[in-house]
Design a protein around this ligand. Sequence first.
Ligand SMILES: N=[N+]=NCCCCNC(=O)[C@@H]1[C@H]2[C@H](O)[C@@H](O)[C@H](O)[C@@H](CO)[C@@H]12
Length: 437
Amino acid sequence: MKRTDFPKEFKFGTATASYQIEGGIEDRSPSIWDEFSHTPGKTKNGDNGDVACDHYHRYEEDIEIMKDIGVDAYRFSISWPRVMTDGIKPNEKGIDFYQKLVDKLLENNITPFITLYHWDLPLYLYKEKNGWLNPDIANYFQDYASLMFNKLGDRVKHWITLNEPWCSAFLGYFVGEHAPGHKDFQESFYVAHNLLRSHGKAVIAFRDIVKDGKIGITNVVTKVESLSNDEKDIQAAKLVDQYINGWYHDPIVYGKYPEEAVNSLKNIKLDIPENDFDIISQTIDFFGVNYYSRQVISYDENHPLKFKHAEGPLPKTEMGWEIYPKGLYDKLVEFNNKYKLPLYITENGMAGPDKLENEQIHDDYRINYIKDHFKSTLDAIKDGVDLRGYFIWSLMDNFEWAHGYSKRFGLVYVDYNTQKRYLKDSALWYKNFLLNK
Ligand SMILES: N=[N+]=NCCCCNC(=O)[C@@H]1[C@H]2[C@H](O)[C@@H](O)[C@H](O)[C@@H](CO)[C@@H]12
């Protein structure tokens, strides 16, 4: 498989997120992840993003690395608390960082794709305004989005409102594994709804400010399969697919939540104001698909959503996620048929047992992972999917949320003691692929 097997305009890239790589906390106000990671017991080894990959001070070097690898595009997120003090007052120093980042990318012919929200909510908005639980958060988000569109929209034409609202709502407000660490089922549905409303408000602003731009939303898209052919397992898997995938896509395209999932939520209040779905279902230009794996589901009477995960038999990454490229193909074809929107794979990659030896990292497992998922991508394109790009997660090893620095997803290895970067064999492979070798 060669690069020229893909459409000429197809964009190959890589991706990161602000809290996971920037550090530079001295020049921004705090986010919910600063408080969460500094709370004992919340992250592995008590790791936090205070320094991370020190990208805030090393962004020029990191762009040089991307230039060397030869990527067409780079997906990164803006730190809301960096560009607006406490999420409210514009901070010119923070805005200036992203101005310079964008200009340096463009100088190197790398197309910027900006994610507005990749989980680092300004702490003030959480503490004083109740964060994503407050319907008014959509207005704060629209103000933030408008500021960024006005400041960068002349040069940045590809925007993503939210990264993985399912993670923000479900992991942050029900499971409690992510910031702000709530464990309230009802709250997680209010949060999901306010995230989607915030998305819609940002799209409305975008249409006024960046008239020649493209905007979408990125969700984690998981292939959900039933453990058995037992009707109960099949039904449980169908509902999980609606909770994880449909819940964050159907409202945007169809203006309503998936019906069976709504009906299954007997004791969940979804008191939704009349025109909310008019806001949420603003026309978008693409869906971003973050694909990692599948979930194998069986029926479980004791779970609020009547399901439990089954251990799949396939080889797994360091995250314990099965390696399942067929799932990517399946979801791309399904989404293409169901939503009829252009798609970008905004994240795909793996955490591996990466070891630095003689300044090299031999990660053949990651090369094989990427090749297998590229193959699924190419098969989907050949079968008619309107797929426009693929961003490998991640450019470099970084802060992997509750796992801290214990999981390495990068094409580039980061020695956190020295902040030295080392291209892994997978980065060298990607470089040759992009040269069509
Ligand atoms: N079975 N199974 N499951 C897959 C469930 C995946 C949920 N987590 C993600 O998608 C996060 C996404 C995030 O954008 C990024 O910030 C994270 O670094 C990556 C890697 O963790 C992924």
